[in-house]
Design a protein around this ligand. Structure first.
Ligand SMILES: [Zn+2]
Length: 458
């Protein structure tokens, strides 16, 4: 049988040179996580390693050769149900190298990288196998913008009114997942990622029951999603509100109660807020991303729009906090602020809810119960509804940025909503701030809610 070498990727990431000797690495564990769009394999290692990964055909398979390595215990051939991997087998090569073979159900492009030790996690080798994107995911498909067509210069004489979007979109973000378990309970070793997903699903059910609301989830199962990707998913779905759900830990066993957080552009409002933000932001290092290049996470927040979004986030947080009071203890009476990466969208009010402390044994016990999960979801949901009602949020036209009214084929008019800034509006429509000023004869930067602005053409 002829085999064809399709791709060779060498990875030298994280290599530590050890002159004079090739250190033997032991592979201690192998985990597999399946997301809608990829399958991730993670190998726990006794130290750094040197590896090659390549594809072979007839039959399709991926081979990972690891220099001078061994398995800490024999691994039987494993078979799988998923969409990509049929089976995994291992073998020793004569030169002391270890070979891992992934037999495939269909061709896929592998990516691999080494994660350096972080907190309690040692060296890990991550192998990502892309599936074809989950094209028929109805949650995220609904809002794929069709706007470009209506704005097309080819048919300027045919004004196309965008269809009315009939729902307010709530993005629900269950923290952590997959390789990143989040905080772990003391008494039952409960993993934060599992309880927050249950609460998130419960919240989705409540939101979807409302006639004018729809929920989208940034993760639906036990797999890792990078922080910036969570924000992008919500933005792509044109979410109006972003809710991140957590249940973190503190060394102090007695710490208890729910708290709500918003983004801060400066320092944190308390030591606890800073601590939790650091804990949450570590997710990318634990869950594993190759490198953090994303502008959302790294950007210095100078956008004026961010300031008004934070004002909205604080209002949303207060409404949720009020609604959580009947559910159980409240840890901080005010919405606290810190630099949470997952709350960095300048476009939608975003809050992070610490539902309870998983480090408190009695709260851990409650977090595991369906009853508490349901009550917590109900509390968050009431807060969202309170906010939506108070802000008089209405479903916005889909397929064009929020607030657009298309008067005729040539003019776009934006009705300013409370909290919006001129620079934010300019950014939203992709026009220069100066052009927006000129078109509307504005010399300063302030705009009034309810004012209508002409949006200069493209
Ligand atoms: Zn968390």
């Amino acid at each position: 049988m002829r085999t064809t070498l399709v791709l060779v990727v060498f990875s030298f990431l994280g290599l530590i040179s050890m002159p004079g000797q090739a250190a033997s690495v032991s592979i201690q564990n192998l985990r597999m996580w399946r997301a809608p769009d990829n399958t991730r394999l993670v190998l726990d290692l006794s130290g750094p390693l040197n590896h090659k990964i390549f594809r072979l055909k007839n039959p399709d398979r991926i081979v990972i050769d690891i220099e001078s390595a061994s398995l800490s215990k024999p691994m039987p051939v494993m078979t799988f149900d998923g969409p990509i991997i049929k089976s995994i087998r291992t073998g020793h090569r004569g030169n002391g190298d270890l070979r891992i073979v992934l037999d495939l159900k269909r061709v896929t492009q592998p990516k691999s990288f080494l994660l350096k030790p972080f907190q309690s996690y040692g060296y890990r080798l991550v192998i990502d196998l892309d599936h074809t994107p989950d094209a028929d995911d109805p949650e995220f498909e609904k809002d794929k913008p069709a706007a470009i067509e209506s704005a097309s210069p080819r048919e300027p004489s045919t004004p196309v009114l965008p269809p009315r979007r009939s729902e307010i979109v709530i993005a629900i973000d269950a923290g952590h997942g997959g390789e990143d378990p989040g905080a772990i309970g003391r008494r039952y070793r409960t993993r934060e990622k599992h309880v927050v997903l249950s609460i998130a699903k419960e919240l989705k059910r409540l939101v979807d029951r409302e006639p004018n609301m729809r929920a989208v989830m940034t993760r639906k199962g036990d797999y890792f999603v990078p922080l910036a990707r969570r924000v992008h998913m919500a933005q792509d779905a044109r979410a109006d509100i972003f809710i991140s759900i957590h249940a973190d830990s503190l060394p102090k066993k007695r710490a208890r109660g729910a708290s709500v957080y918003a983004l801060s552009q400066r320092g944190a409002t308390s030591r606890l807020a800073k601590r939790l933000a650091d804990q949450e932001n570590a997710s990318d290092y634990i869950g594993g991303i190759l490198e953090n290049k994303d502008p959302i996470v790294q950007k210095v927040l100078v956008d004026l729009n961010q300031t008004s979004t934070i004002v909205d986030s604080l209002a949303l947080g207060r409404d949720i906090l009020t609604s959580l009071k009947p559910v159980g203890d409240i840890h901080s009476a005010n919405v606290e602020q810190a630099g949470f990466a997952v709350l960095k969208s300048p476009f939608m009010p975003s809050v992070l809810i610490e539902t309870a402390f998983i480090s408190n044994p009695s709260e851990e016990k409650r977090l595991r119960t369906h009853r508490f999960q349901r009550q917590m979801a109900q509390g968050i949901f009431s807060g969202i509804r309170r906010y939506v009602k108070r802000k008089d949020l209405r479903p916005l036209p889909r397929a064009v940025p929020s607030g657009t009214v298309r008067h005729n084929d040539e003019t776009r008019v934006h009705i300013v909503r409370r909290g919006e800034t001129l620079s934010g509006i300019a950014q939203r429509y992709g026009v220069k701030l100066q052009a927006l000023r000129v078109a509307n004869n504005i010399s300063g930067t302030s705009v009034q809610a309810g004012e209508s602005l002409q949006i200069p053409g493209l």
